[in-house]
Design a binder for this molecule. Structure first.
Ligand SMILES: NC(=O)c1ccc[n+]([C@@H]2O[C@H](COP(=O)([O-])OP(=O)(O)OC[C@H]3O[C@@H](n4cnc5c(N)ncnc54)[C@H](O)[C@@H]3O)[C@@H](O)[C@H]2O)c1
Length: 462
């Protein structure tokens, strides 16, 4: 291998050069702290408040305890000029979609500009942000080259290594989960792989190219999205048939190759977003992905469906199958028309409690949470809705969604919707939940946590 790059690992280990991580969120921070056990790390982020917290050893996302900051060779800064002292630079900034569900590459391009400005001959830049196949080569590399005046492959190397971290999951960690690594050429791969092997004890998988690694990441989440969408669609169908979805899944799950997916809300910044990157790239290639797009359609509709099912049941609708208002071949699967026609007087005074607002259980992250759809839909029927969540930051929720999170439930409700299966709610048990209901109240158990309640009182789950 090129002597210059062969020495890079030693330079890092001996503290002659630093490793930088740009973007210190759910992905970047744990990675930076783990590398800081072995090499000098500089963590760069545009968020001043975040950097101040990190200096105090506090992770605002609540994923990492203070002990992980102790005895680490790490500094934090908002000043990208500190990248001058780094030779191995990892980029882990957000890759969201815009309001039209198109990739919003502005944070990625912003971080690339910071890196490109201070890029030196012999540097290695590895992207971890989730992107569509080809994005690193087509969007990031040209910007790095134009800002630095250097040539990728010749003067510096680029790689792509997708992250598999799963917030809230204490079982699968950076260290014990195989990580995919790739490079713009063999020399790049030859240096990127051993650097990651320092921290990923489970080892690395060397993908034959950056596009392969980008595609692998995006289909991991797309596969989950499509499978959950199938379960959601079946749940809508079984609701019409008067069959309990979980009973069906339990029975089907006795076959060795039946996959254990369940219906539910798909939010967050990965599963609910990444498939849109794939759809975007496919469209640019004049291929219109049917399955991927329909998975998004079904999953994005589930919040409205749950709200409308709740309202129908509260109003004592004679038909709760969700059949009304659904046209074949692509109309909303939410049966909205029947509810919208209900007389306003019926809704007066109805109170609903929504338990859980974050995009999934046991995390504080509210990005792209589909619980917001449930709340907005209920409010559109003039129903009074209280929302509680032990993890979500109330001011963030207000800012992002205009929804008030109250400290605690107040009194009894006509319906309780258990939207997110936080540990605290599991521990409340069926009795705790039922104590929040008016006599004859409805319990909507989105994730089917307390299925034993079915038959005991008014209960509905997906
Ligand atoms: N969170 C996950 O579970 C997860 C898992 C796998 C992959 N990913 C992917 O990893 C990437 C990062 O996700 P995340 O959840 O860590 O995001 P995040 O929002 O938690 O953190 C990103 C950080 O980047 C910072 N940032 C934004 N623009 C910047 C810039 N120009 N320069 C420096 N810092 C900048 C932000 O201030 C923020 O602190 C995304 O592409 C995401 O899809 C996330």
């Amino acid at each position: 291998m090129d002597r210059n790059y062969m020495e890079l690992l030693d330079e890092l280990l001996e503290g002659r050069m630093k490793l930088a991580v740009v973007g210190l969120g759910y992905v970047g921070l744990p990675l930076a702290l783990e590398f800081a056990r072995f090499v000098d790390v500089v963590g760069v982020d545009v968020d001043e408040a975040l950097v101040a917290k990190l200096w105090q050893g506090v992770d605002p996302n609540g994923e990492i305890g203070g002990e992980s900051f102790v005895d680490r060779r790490i500094s934090f800064t908002t000043n990208p000029a500190e990248l001058k002292g780094a030779r191995f630079i990892v980029v882990a900034v957000p890759t969201p979609v815009d309001k039209h569900n198109k990739p919003d590459l502005s944070p990625l391009m912003g971080a690339t500009r910071s890196v490109g400005k201070y890029l030196k001959r012999g540097d290695v830049v590895v992207y971890e942000s989730t992107v569509y196949p080809g994005c690193t080569e087509e969007e990031c590399v040209p910007l790095l080259e134009s800002l630095s005046g250097l040539k990728c492959g010749v003067d510096f190397k680029v790689g792509y290594s997708p992250e598999r971290i799963n917030p809230g999951d204490t079982e699968h960690s950076l260290q014990n989960t195989v990580k995919i690594v790739s490079g713009c050429d063999d020399v790049a791969l030859g240096v990127i792989a051993p650097v990651y092997e320092l921290v990923v004890k489970a080892g690395v998988h060397r993908a034959p190219g950056m596009k392969v690694a980008e595609a692998a990441k995006i289909i991991e989440n797309t596969q989950r999205d499509v499978n959950i969408a199938l379960m959601n669609e079946l749940s809508i169908l079984f609701n019409r048939m008067g069959i309990n979805t979980y009973d069906v899944l339990k029975a089907a799950g006795t076959k060795w190759n039946f996959l254990p997916f369940t219906p539910g809300l798909v939010g967050g910044h990965c599963i609910g977003v990444d498939p849109y990157y794939l759809v975007h790239k496919a469209a640019a290639l004049k291929y219109h992905t049917q399955m991927v797009a329909s998975g998004r359609f079904v999953n994005d509709s589930m919040g409205g469906y749950i709200a409308k099912q709740t309202v129908k049941r509260l109003l004592g609708a004679s038909d709760v199958s969700g059949a009304a208002g659904v046209a074949p071949g692509g109309a909303s699967p939410d049966g909205g028309a029947a509810v919208a026609a209900a007389p306003a007087a019926h809704r007066a005074g109805l109170r609903v409690l929504v338990m859980g607002f974050t995009y999934k259980e046991n995390v504080s992250d509210i990005r792209n949470t589909r619980v917001a759809d449930i709340v907005h839909e209920l409010v559109s029927y003039n129903i009074s809705v209280d929302v509680v969540d032990p993890k979500a930051d109330a001011s963030e929720v207000m800012e992002e969604y205009g929804i008030t999170i109250t400290d605690s439930a107040s009194g009894r409700y006509d319906a309780v919707i258990l939207a997110v299966a936080h540990k605290e709610y599991r521990e409340m048990g069926a009795e705790g939940i039922s104590a929040l209901l008016e006599d004859g109240g409805l319990f909507v158990d989105v994730r089917g946590l307390f299925r034993e309640l079915e038959g005991k009182f008014r209960y509905w789950s997906l």
